[in-house]
Design a protein around this ligand. Structure first.
Ligand SMILES: Cc1cc2nc3c(=O)[nH]c(=O)nc-3n(C[C@H](O)[C@H](O)[C@H](O)COP(=O)(O)OP(=O)(O)OC[C@H]3O[C@@H](n4cnc5c(N)ncnc54)[C@H](O)[C@@H]3O)c2cc1C
Length: 378
């Protein structure tokens, strides 16, 4: 990737910087509901000025931003302290999946309310018996006139209580196994046959849920791609998840590390060799992550789609983000303990990083086989 900014890219950066200076994001409050409302309002403000989904094609409401502009966008938002958009799942995963596989009617109906945060999306892939081995999922969709009735249980469904739409994978061929016979649906969440039950996390929040489906209806025009060929569509969603989220997440790591550095200075420990050793190590790893996410952008520039190297960035991010959070807790000691301590929140939340979006162990398998071309283990 060429890191030199063109005149157009510099103009893009300055325009965004100028906008953020006039529209400072403020600080998101603690607590999942308050934080969600704040992030939704922030997304709406940015949407009104055309700053949401900038990597989407112009015809679908984006700006057709190139990879360098996307990197600039994330860096500038990070510098300003802006929170993540409330509808990140849809902007990074759902929208790009519809743009790739959706019908013209689906694009027309669904894409704009994603950007405006009018309709929040969730993703119901995981099940109690199908996480890493997603293709073993058992939720079934039975044919009925005009569509399907879906029965089964999903789990870890983030934002299921706030969502209007859900990307959902179910088995439409009851005799099938593995990735064959699955169909990718967009499920309307406003139905009595869908019951989300919140799960409390270590942070005290209930970001995700169990999801019970008892004959939920999906119509034929809510199928994405072809019936029985949902696996291909799901892979598009997962590839976009790893590439898109790592890009924003590496900026969060940098921000947390800068804050840790500030704490080192404030605590008068800039001459402690053990502290400096850890700080230097984290700095090198954070820079490695930044360059890895940029490499992922180069893949997109070259091939038009995120490749398996997004898996490498995702697992690097989980490790370095957890290490920065641990370092901060070690620095602050007892001062970090407390229900409303943002450092303790970050530390507890970071424990999920090596599980969500693909576990570190499974991503290492993908990197070994698909990036390094090592022999397959299975
Ligand atoms: C904060 C958070 C948010 C989430 N949000 C969503 C969401 O919105 N929608 C959704 O569908 N899912 C969501 N998930 C679920 C997530 O995708 C799964 O937790 C993840 O895929 C792992 O699946 P599992 O929990 O069933 O663990 P398992 O797959 O049962 O894995 C258990 C352990 O075995 C290891 N393991 C499994 N297979 C292998 C292998 N082949 N080689 C080596 N080790 C292996 C794993 O690494 C792990 O340590 C979320 C998870 C978290 C933590």
């Amino acid at each position: 990737m060429d890191f030199t900014m063109t005149a157009a890219e510099l103009r893009f950066r300055d325009e965004l910087r100028g906008w953020l200076a006039v529209n400072p994001p403020g600080v998101a409050p603690m607590g999942d509901e308050a934080s969600f409302d704040f992030r939704r309002a922030w997304q709406r403000r940015m949407y009104e000025s055309g700053w949401v989904g900038i990597h989407w094609p112009r015809e679908y409401g984006g700006r057709g931003a190139n990879p360098v502009e996307l990197a600039i966008f994330n860096e500038e938002l990070g510098r300003s302290g802006a929170p993540r958009f409330a509808n990140t799942i849809a902007i990074e995963m759902g929208g790009p999946t519809i743009i790739t596989h959706g019908t013209p009617a689906q694009k027309e109906r669904l894409l704009e309310p994603i950007l405006s945060a009018e309709e929040i999306w969730c993703q119901a892939f995981s099940e109690p018996g199908a996480g890493s081995d997603l293709a073993s999922l058992r939720t079934r969709a039975d044919r009925v006139p005009g569509g399907f009735r879906v029965t089964g249980q999903k789990v870890w469904t983030s934002l299921a209580r706030q969502a209007s739409w859900c990307m959902m994978l179910a088995r439409t061929d009851p005799d099938s196994q593995g990735h064959r016979g699955l169909t990718y649906f967009l499920m309307d969440m406003q139905q009595d046959e869908i019951e989300p039950r919140p799960i409390v996390q270590a942070t005290g929040e209930s970001e995700f849920n169990e999801l019970f489906l008892d004959g939920a209806y999906v119509s034929d025009d809510q199928v994405v791609g072809e019936v029985g060929k949902g696996w291909r569509v799901a892979i598009t969603t997962l590839m976009n998840e790893r590439a898109g989220l790592a890009l924003a997440a590496q900026v969060d790591v940098r921000r947390a590390l800068d804050e840790a550095k500030r704490q080192v200075v404030l605590s008068g420990r800039m001459d402690d060799p053990l502290v400096l050793d850890r700080l230097a190590d984290l700095h090198v790893r954070a820079e490695g992550l930044r360059l890895q996410t940029y490499r992922g952008l180069s893949d997109i520039e070259r091939t038009g789609a995120p490749g398996p190297s997004g898996s490498l960035a995702k697992l690097q991010w989980a490790a370095v983000n957890q290490a920065v959070a641990e370092f901060t807790i070690d620095l602050l000691g007892p001062a970090a303990v407390g229900a409303d301590s943002p450092e303790m929140y970050r530390y507890l939340r970071s424990r999920a990083n090596s599980i969500e979006g693909g576990t570190t162990e499974v991503l290492k398998d993908i990197v070994a086989e698909r990036v390094l071309s090592l022999p397959r283990s299975r």
